[in-house]
Design a protein around this ligand. Structure first.
Ligand SMILES: Cc1cc2nc3c(=O)[nH]c(=O)nc-3n(C[C@H](O)[C@H](O)[C@H](O)COP(=O)(O)OP(=O)(O)OC[C@H]3O[C@@H](n4cnc5c(N)ncnc54)[C@H](O)[C@@H]3O)c2cc1C
Length: 432
């Protein structure tokens, strides 16, 4: 940490934002260019506030599958060079070199072996300190100007700071309580860049309430498919949690970014509706379930209808499914169920449809859809095509990844590319 710097000093690099990308860039830059003076300016009183809440406090820092297929934006191919050069194994090894041991779960998600995001932050913080990176916390960058060959950075504290290069690593506009509230877009826009408007990604889904409300609190594994009228957009198997407003959990979160994109599409036919189709027993066929229900009808003829799904799905879900498929009182004998009732019930278990109203907002989202247009940055260096010496990395750019460690992988890979680009620029190779 350092006290307020004076405006006579010219830093080689000023990194705006001490989050995942800013810290990783500072470390890599100092490693490849130890003689460089690097200052990280962070508005919060501590670095890496968001890292601590990632992966439910466990920090899912990457995914073995990370490739262009898991990224979105106007031009997802922008991630290609970063992910090739700073692949999952390279980033993992870089973490190992700063003492962080990692583990992979059955879905390919990579976590610190401690299962604690604090370990990731500790390894980053201690390394920054060892390498002599200067850190200025509790300081918000308000504006950046380019004058006479250097960047003048105004903050909410003291004198402006000057840098030969600047890396904007301010994050996106989601989870603003962590410090990333979209102000980085204003900085880039003031320097001539274009930023696409922000939408919430990896966020809870709001649905019509009648049916889901009675299921609120139920957590289960199911296959959820997102449909636009009759067209299936994407299927996702995984955990699903019913809430008062709709659905949450890994499977819906994965589908949510598609919902944001579809609903913001100016060309969307407004008569079309979005639906979630939920298959509560994805491993079993419709005929298989029908057969089992028929057998139960015979075997348990003296029981009441409300018991027909016992042991197959949770009781509250069972009664909601039965009520929606069978018009008889639940206290009638199972023997009263007709073949049509049983067919309806099996269909409900395989395909219950809920109309989607939208998503929760940026406040609740895990990633920002939108951001700085990638076509205005060089993917080989992350340098601005308009203003040499200006760089950007991480979520501030118009790249969002799927849920599962892809966004942090992007934050780290793009940070390394930016650090290499800064090194090259400072070495004079890209000057002029
Ligand atoms: C609840 C939650 C859980 C998540 N879980 C995962 C997960 O498990 N795996 C995964 O891959 N991704 C996860 N993400 C997404 C991931 O955290 C982000 O994509 C990633 O942190 C982006 O890194 P970044 O450095 O670009 O931005 P950030 O981490 O947002 O860092 C930006 C930093 O810049 C600072 N800043 C902003 N403006 C200024 C300014 N003007 N002056 C000074 N400082 C400024 C901010 O305070 C902040 O510290 C999660 C996100 C959330 C909200």
């Amino acid at each position: 940490m350092m006290s307020a710097p004076n405006s006579f000093r010219l830093w080689d690099t000023i990194i705006i934002g001490g989050g995942a990308s800013g810290m990783f860039a500072a470390i890599h830059l100092k490693k490849i260019r130890p003689q460089s003076s690097v200052l990280v300016v962070e508005r919060n009183s501590k670095l890496g506030k968001k890292i601590l809440i990632t992966g439910n406090g466990r920090c899912n820092l990457s995914n073995v599958a990370a490739s262009i297929d898991y990224y979105h934006g106007l031009d997802p191919s922008f991630v290609d060079i970063s992910l090739r050069k700073y692949s999952v194994s390279v980033i993992r090894d870089m973490f190992f070199q700063i003492d962080l041991h990692t583990m992979t779960d059955e879905f390919g998600r990579i976590y610190p072996i401690t299962q604690n995001s604090g370990s990731v932050l500790d390894c980053l913080r201690y390394t920054l300190s060892d390498l002599g990176v200067d850190i200025l916390c509790s300081t918000m960058v308000s504006s950046v100007f380019f004058e006479k060959g250097s960047f003048i950075i105004h903050t909410d504290k003291g004198e402006p700071i000057r840098g030969r290069t600047v890396l904007v690593a301010t994050g996106g506009a989601c989870a603003p309580h962590t410090g990333s509230d979209g102000n980085g877009y204003d900085i880039l826009t003031s320097l001539g860049h274009t930023c696409l408007s922000s939408m919430p990604g990896i966020v809870q889904i709001k649905t019509k309430r009648e049916w889901v409300k009675q299921l609120s609190g139920i957590r289960l594994h199911a296959e959820a498919s997102l449909f636009l009228d009759k067209d299936c957009i994407r299927k996702q198997f995984g955990e699903l949690l019913f809430t008062d407003y709709g659905v949450s959990g890994p499977a819906p979160l994965q589908l949510s970014s598609h919902i944001s994109r579809i609903l913001s599409d100016e060309n969307l036919d407004q008569s079309k509706r979005l639906y979630l189709h939920i298959d509560f027993l994805p491993g079993r066929s419709l005929s298989d379930i029908c057969e089992e229900l028929h057998n139960r009808k015979i075997k348990n003829a003296n029981r009441t209808i409300d018991t027909i799904l016992v042991g197959l799905v949770q009781n509250r879900l069972a009664s909601a499914l039965i009520k929606s498929a069978v018009e008889l009182p639940l206290t009638e004998a199972i023997s009263c169920l007709t073949d049509i009732h049983i067919g309806n019930l099996a269909e409900r278990m395989k395909d219950s449809s809920i109309e989607v109203e939208g998503t929760m907002g940026l406040k609740e989202a895990q990633v920002t859809i939108g951001g700085a247009l990638t076509s205005e940055f060089d993917p080989m260096t992350m340098m601005s095509i308009y203003l040499p010496g200006l760089f950007a990395s991480g979520e501030v750019l118009d790249i969002d990844g799927d849920c599962g460690g892809y966004n942090l992988q992007w934050a780290f890979s793009s940070a390394c590319i930016a650090a290499d680009g800064i090194n090259e620029y400072l070495s004079g190779k890209k000057n002029g």
